[in-house]
Design a protein. Structure first.
Length: 164
């Protein structure tokens, strides 16, 4: 008789490994955020263009296998934040870094006249991070990469509305 897999045990083992990885190597998430979502935006006159490009590259062109796994940061936030306070704080620091850095880039774009004067850049920064995490989550749940096009189009339309 073949023994079935213990999915809960496997899940716990994966989370334990992720937990130890972050704790033993310190802040591995923050450099990933900087490399993927902040540094590349320096190549664009308007960070909104860079954000769209990164979304298209990192999510829109991602393999179905990667989409099924979801965003590593979001997975850790969902699974580990309620379990361990220290882990939650490290994740919070990483998310705040992403929001802060995005906000700074958006403030500069606003000052340079690329974003409307009445736009609250902090709110937009929250929205961008939430959109990234949400896109990964919905694609993971739907198991349909075509949904990315609709989500991406909505983000583009929002960005058009806040451009100067």
């Amino acid at each position: 008789m073949r023994k079935g897999r213990d999915l809960e045990k496997t899940r716990k083992e994966i989370l334990d490994v992720a937990f130890m990885e972050v704790f033993s190597h310190g802040d591995v998430i923050k450099p990933m955020i900087i490399d993927r979502w902040i540094s590349p935006l320096a190549d664009y006159e308007n960070p909104l263009d860079g954000i769209l490009k990164q979304m298209k590259t990192l999510i829109g062109k991602s393999s179905m296998e990667n989409l099924r796994l979801g965003c590593p940061l979001n997975n850790l936030v969902q699974e580990m934040s309620p379990i361990d306070e220290g882990f939650r704080k490290r994740l919070q620091i990483a998310l705040n870094l992403w929001i802060e850095e995005t906000d700074m880039l958006l403030k500069k774009a606003k000052k340079d006249g690329q974003i409307k004067a009445d736009v609250n850049t902090r709110h937009v920064a929250y929205f961008i991070v939430m959109t990234h995490e949400g896109i990964y989550g919905i694609l993971k749940g739907l198991d349909d990469p075509k949904a990315f096009d609709a989500l991406y189009d909505s983000l583009k339309r929002y960005f058009q509305a806040i451009r100067a």
